[in-house]
Design a protein around this ligand. Structure first.
Ligand SMILES: NC(=O)c1ccc[n+]([C@@H]2O[C@H](COP(=O)([O-])OP(=O)(O)OC[C@H]3O[C@@H](n4cnc5c(N)ncnc54)[C@H](O)[C@@H]3O)[C@@H](O)[C@H]2O)c1
Ligand SMILES: O=C/C=C/C=C(\O)C(=O)O
Length: 496
């Protein structure tokens, strides 16, 4: 087997441990990390018990009152840049870690996942240095006036729980601003993608971050590390990215302690293509928004609405490009798509492939499992899939599938399609394809979503607010929105 075609050539750690109070710590219970490319066992991962989580929270609490708690913002920012430098210096190892856990194309791990891990630390290091506070010159009854100003302080110990679909990107999207604002953290990556977070712990240690500031625990959700973390009385806030139903469970777990929460949850995003759109750009854009990362991006468009006059032409173009997608090993040249994250997730996606047929879909492309006649047949691959012909209330058109699949439906009027897009329990993103500038500015604000892209998809400026409405999230992160969530503010009024 050439190293190009297997993750086995990647240097993988036999056991992934927790990182608590500046030390790597093992625990008796472990679980297996399985490659989604070929089903092979690639590492054993320690599963944190309640005592491990308690030790991590206590270390984080203590670190708040140590050198970290007394550190100037500029010093903290310099430390975050050192972490970014450390990721840069071990770039290929981080790529290997992401690819080993997820089977994604190497070029994606390089250009998106690891690159954004670095960018997340640098962005919030710089934002923290320029974070402003409020100052008001206030009137008073005696005419002498008063000054009102705010000071920002850390929240305290922040619990971070992240998903498997963009492991390093989403883990650092939370860790970076939390540390930039002077908090200490106890962070749990997904059980499906433990490797890059473990490598990050080494980089954070080597950057000289004081012990206890960053703590890493591995494990699952309910009745495991995730729940032990959310229920811990000394956690001051929880920031979570994952499924909407998990968000609801976590909200119940933290309710008694009145903890602050930031939730980035599921979606059933739409793309809408008007007849006046740049046709080729729209096809390319919807291909990206449907099949990037095997459709395992919360921003992906599983619902596509196309103006009737170009519907048949658009479907035909999408079918041709979808059937031409190269599905393969992570390191293969020009590979477009890897496997799903796990056999369990593949079973979920395949159950929707079957359901779609039962609900009356026309399967335009895909709908099954690719055959490789090699070890990849033991992986978690599915075919990229396109459906048409389903009613708007079909489960495959309303429920998040989180795989490489989209349903394309025709529409006739602008007001009609806006109503259909908004008729969803979710509200994360929408992509609008039109050449009519007035239409873009008219339609975009009417979409019930946190993010709307026009003639593009997943173009990110990290200073902008990121998050969803309805079942897609609570709050916003990004830019000053992260500074606001990861800080407490005190307003001080001085009588003149
Ligand atoms: N809005 C966003 O920015 C965004 C980004 C990425 C993924 N997502 C969503 O995440 C989902 C896919 O990720 P996933 O399968 O890892 O989600 P998930 O909810 O199953 O798990 C996410 C994380 O939560 C932990 N967890 C699960 N149950 C828990 C509990 N009871 N208490 C504490 N922690 C618990 C898991 O161990 C994991 O680390 C999709 O729905 C996707 O839309 C949203
Ligand atoms: O799968 C969801 C992707 C989320 C992406 C971000 O949070 C980001 O780009 O900052």
């Amino acid at each position: 087997m050439s190293s190009l075609n297997s993750t086995s050539s990647v240097h993988l750690r036999p056991q992934l441990r927790h990182f608590i109070n500046g030390e790597f710590v093992a625990s008796a219970k472990t679980f297996r990390n399985i490659s989604p490319v070929d089903g092979k066992h690639i590492a054993d991962v320690c599963e944190a018990d309640a005592n491990n989580v308690d030790a991590a929270v206590k270390a984080a609490q203590a670190a708040l009152h140590g050198p970290w708690g007394r550190m100037a913002v500029s010093e903290r920012a310099a430390m975050l840049h050192k972490i970014a430098d450390g990721i840069q210096a071990r770039f290929d190892e981080f790529v290997a870690a992401e690819v080993a856990d997820t089977g994604r194309p190497v070029h994606q791990a390089r250009t998106l996942d690891v690159a954004r891990g670095i960018a997340n630390f640098r962005t919030f290091a710089d934002l923290a240095k320029t974070a402003n506070t409020d100052l008001f010159q206030s009137e008073s009854a005696d005419g002498l006036g008063a000054l009102n100003y705010t000071v920002r302080k850390p929240l305290g110990v922040v619990g971070i729980i992240s998903p498997w679909n963009l492991p390093l990107l989403l883990f650092t999207w939370k860790v970076a601003p939390a540390l930039a604002c002077g908090n200490t953290v106890v962070a749990k990556p997904s059980e499906e993608s433990p490797s890059s977070a473990t490598l990050l712990a080494e980089v954070i240690r080597d950057a000289g971050v004081p012990p206890g500031v960053f703590n890493l625990i591995h494990g699952f959700g309910g009745n495991s590390a995730g729940e032990f973390l959310t229920r811990h009385p000394d956690i001051d806030a929880i920031t979570f990215t994952g499924e909407s139903k998990t968000g609801s469970t976590i909200m119940k777990a933290v309710a008694d302690g009145m903890k602050e929460v930031s939730f980035e949850l599921g979606g059933k995003n739409a793309a809408v293509v008007f007849a006046d759109a740049d046709f080729d750009a729209a096809v390319a854009g919807v291909m990206r928004s449907s099949f990037t990362n095997s459709g395992q991006v919360c921003l992906c468009s599983e619902r596509v609405y196309v103006e009737r006059s170009i519907f048949d032409r658009f479907v035909a173009a999408m079918k041709e490009k979808t059937q031409a997608l190269k599905i393969g090993y992570p390191a293969e040249d020009n590979v477009d798509m890897g496997p799903l994250i796990s056999h369990g997730h593949r079973d979920k996606v395949l159950s929707y492939y079957r359901l779609a047929v039962e609900e009356g879909a026309t399967v335009v492309a895909g709908g099954g499992i690719p055959t490789f006649n090699d070890e990849r047949d033991d992986g978690a691959y599915v075919q990229p899939t396109i459906w048409t012909g389903l009613p708007d209330d079909a489960r495959c058109v309303t429920e998040e599938i989180f795989g490489p699949v989209c349903h394309i439906a025709p529409f006739d009027r602008e007001d009609e399609v806006i109503g259909r897009i908004n008729d969803s329990d979710y509200g994360l993103t929408c992509a609008i394809w039109t050449s009519d500038l007035k239409r873009a500015h008219r339609v975009a604000p009417q979409i019930e979503a946190g993010l709307v892209w026009v003639n593009t998809w997943y173009l990110r400026d990290l200073r902008t607010p990121f998050g969803g409405v309805k079942q897609s999230g609570l709050g916003r992160e990004g830019g000053r929105y992260s500074l606001d969530f990861y800080s407490e503010v005190t307003n001080i009024c001085i009588k003149l």
